[in-house]
Design a protein around this ligand. Structure first.
Ligand SMILES: Cc1ncc(COP(=O)(O)O)c(C=O)c1O
Length: 428
């Protein structure tokens, strides 16, 4: 495959955009080479500026669960755009999508729409802090909740339980209010609560982690977090930006039957337009401005194009009783195929999967937290990525990302992919 045009476009982009991209992982730093510039996409396929067709396993990092340019969404956006693209005033559409989302997700009475997953998580934390009148939060190493300051935190050294900034520009003052724990380590969380009694406002967690590859919660982990939050008077925030409307209609709360206090959404809820949301029971959500004291706002929040796209997407998911089973079956088929061909070729690997989220780790040992995710062989991953790209299969350009399966994939696409993986495995 040729990437001549993509390479030229990347050179031009680099002159005017830092690193040539508007979000770092797109730059291929994790795998080397030149990012692919997309011209258009339809269904399960991307078409790049060089005329190559790629089977897409990223799907805009999750949102395109029904495939690219899904017609009901596209038509709804076109029709809305003709009637005005932004008003900064209420529309009926916002109530309609709120009603539908609330009917699909357990345990939420009210929802507030924002423009990204970052905004959703940032606002959820502020709400939890305001509600509990406490400052500290617990997050897990390797979980990503967007790029707001409170989340760009690395583990402190030695016995310190405080986090330290992991990006210049994040202040130490902010970092000291974020405590870090290891994913799937409930004793670690308990120790943090014991050491910070009456100070912790919330735990924020990806209930199925997707930002260090796909990492399922161990049996008892989410239940343990729930109990600790009750015990210590903190709120449990599920960041369902990836998992919401993907693993089940009602997300992980439904899948694993655990109730969070605040739930964050993004990706699928916007149908491919910039949407995030956070939701909770009424008494918590009523703590928000304009009826409550916690301030949160947005000029483009509830934007009619975004709401129209999101509403059509949720309607389609809500109306299709088989969708999540179908996605699970397709992803399980892919998992079994990969398992078979990598084993046949003598490759050392571990596959993690929950529903339609899947990741391949080049390490023989179980991958259950950030430390174990980092054990994967990155050089093998780079070859794997480029080998697949050469054969027309696009996976995320980083060993720490989950693949997101779309319903637009056919079993022929999956077989093509499994064959490509077999070929690539011979070169690893
Ligand atoms: C779990 C999770 N939370 C939050 C975010 C941030 O969302 P956004 O990129 O829309 O700001 C992401 C983005 O990938 C995510 O995966």
């Amino acid at each position: 495959m040729l990437y001549k045009r993509s390479s030229e476009l990347f050179i031009e982009a680099n002159k005017v955009i830092p690193g040539g991209v508007n979000s770092p992982v797109r730059a291929f730093k994790g795998v080397g080479g030149t990012p692919i510039f997309v011209k258009e996409a339809k269904g399960a396929y991307l078409y790049d500026e060089d005329g190559n067709r790629l089977i897409d396993y990223i799907n805009s990092w999750g949102p395109m669960i029904l495939g690219h340019a899904y017609e009901p969404v596209v038509n709804a956006v076109i029709e809305k755009a003709k009637k005005g693209t932004s008003f900064g005033m209420p529309t009926e559409l916002e109530t309609q999508i709120a009603q539908l989302a609330i009917s699909m997700v357990p345990n939420i009475d009210k929802i507030r729409f924002v423009n990204s997953g970052t905004e959703a998580c940032m606002s959820a934390i502020r709400l939890a802090r305001g509600y509990t009148k406490r400052d500290k939060i617990i997050k897990f190493s390797g979980c990503y909740h967007g790029h707001s300051d409170s989340f760009l935190i690395a583990a402190g050294s030695g016995l310190s339980t405080f986090g330290v900034p992991n990006s210049p520009g994040v202040t130490e003052g902010t970092a000291k209010d974020t405590l870090l724990a290891a994913y799937n380590d409930i004793e670690n969380v308990k120790a943090l609560f014991e050491a910070n009694k009456n100070e912790i406002a919330a735990i924020i967690v990806e209930p199925v982690a997707g930002n260090m590859g796909c990492i399922p919660p161990n049996k008892g982990f989410l239940e343990g977090l729930r109990v600790l939050c009750y015990e210590f008077g903190a709120m449990l925030i599920f960041d369902e930006v990836m998992t919401g409307f993907r693993l089940a209609k009602g997300g992980v709360q439904e899948l694993f039957k655990i109730q969070a206090d605040i739930v964050c959404f993004g990706k699928v809820i916007g149908g491919g337009l910039p949407v995030g949301a956070f939701a909770a029971r009424e008494e918590i959500m009523n703590y928000l401005a304009p009826i409550g004291p916690v301030y949160q706002a947005g000029t483009l929040s509830g934007n009619p194009l975004a709401m129209a796209a999101g509403l059509e997407m949720l309607k389609a998911l809500n109306a299709d009783s088989e969708i999540f089973t179908r996605l699970e079956q397709k992803t399980a088929y892919l998992e079994n195929g990969i398992q078979k061909v990598l084993t046949e070729e003598g490759i050392t690997f571990t596959i993690n999967r929950v529903g339609s989220m899947i990741s391949v780790h080049f390490d023989a040992n179980p991958v259950y937290d950030f430390a174990t995710a980092k054990n994967g062989d990155n050089e093998t991953f780079k070859k794997f990525f480029h080998g697949l790209l050469k054969r027309g299969v696009y996976i995320a350009p980083s060993a720490y990302e989950t693949w997101f399966i779309t319903d637009a994939l056919t079993y022929d696409d999956l077989d093509f992919t499994i064959n490509a993986i077999k070929e690539v495995a011979k070169e690893l």
